[in-house]
Design a protein around this ligand. Sequence first.
Ligand SMILES: [Zn+2]
Length: 276
Amino acid sequence: MRLIDSHCHLNADRFGRDADQVIGAARLAGLERVLVPGWNVASSERALACVDRFGWLDAAVGIHPHDAAKVGDAGWAKVVAWAPDARVVAIGETGLDYDRVFSPIPDQLVNLRRNLALALETGKPAILHCRSAEGRRDAQDALIEELRAAGVGGPAWAAAFGGRPPAVIHSFSGPPDYARAVIDLGLAVSFSGLVFRRGEEASAEAAAIVPAERLLIETDSPFLAPPGAPRSRNEPEWVRVIGAWAATCRGTTPQLMGPALVAAYDRAFPNPRRTA
Ligand SMILES: [Zn+2]
C-alpha cells in the first residue's frame, strides 16, 4: 500500500538513537511522505535537521499550545526566520489544548494567532492540535471561532493558498458537526491512533465525510500507538493501521485509497524540493 505519515515526531528524543532503522522500516511499509513537525524552538530546529539527514522527509516549524507560555519573542523570531525555508512545508504544530492546559489559555490563544498569521504570510498551512477534556468540546468551538476571526475561508487566505487547504486538523478529535465546520472552512483533516480510544467513536463518521483530496493519516509518533504498535513508542510504519481503519470508514480498501493519500499530502504540503 502507498502510505503517508502527515505527522511524525522523528525529532523526538525517543528516535535519537535509531532513526535510520525506523525510517527504513517505514519505507518498507510503503511510506512515501513523512512530515516532521516541531512543537517548540529546539524541536523545530531538529525537524530541519531530520530533513538534512533524510532528504525525502518534510519539516514544519511552530509552537504547540503546551509550549505557548514558554516561548518568548526571541524564540518566536527563530521560528519566523525558518518559516520560508524550502525544508519547511507547514507551520506547526500549534493549536489549542484545553484538556491538559500546560500553558494558560490566554497564552495559547496569542500563540495560535501568531502561528496562523505566519501560515497566512508564508502560504504554508498551519498544523492544528485541538483537544478538549473528555466529553467536552470547548477547545474545538474556540478553534473554529479563532479560524473565522483570522479570516480563514476568506479572500486573504484564498489569495495565499489558492485551492489548497490553509490548515490541517492534526489527530482529529471531536463531534461530527465540528468535522463539518472544518471541512467547510477548506481545511484538511488528519486521523491518528487516537481514533481507537474510548470516547473518539465520532471520528469514524468524520473520516467518512472528509473529501478525498483533503484526507490525511498520521501516527503522531512516538505517541498514540494504534492497536498492534508498541505502546512504548509508536513508529511511522504503524500508519498502515490507521490507513486500514480509514479505508473501512470510507467503504474502500487501503490499496485503492493509497494514491489519493499521497496526492492529498502533496496538495496540502507542496514541496519545491520534491518537484524541482
Ligand atoms: Zn504532534
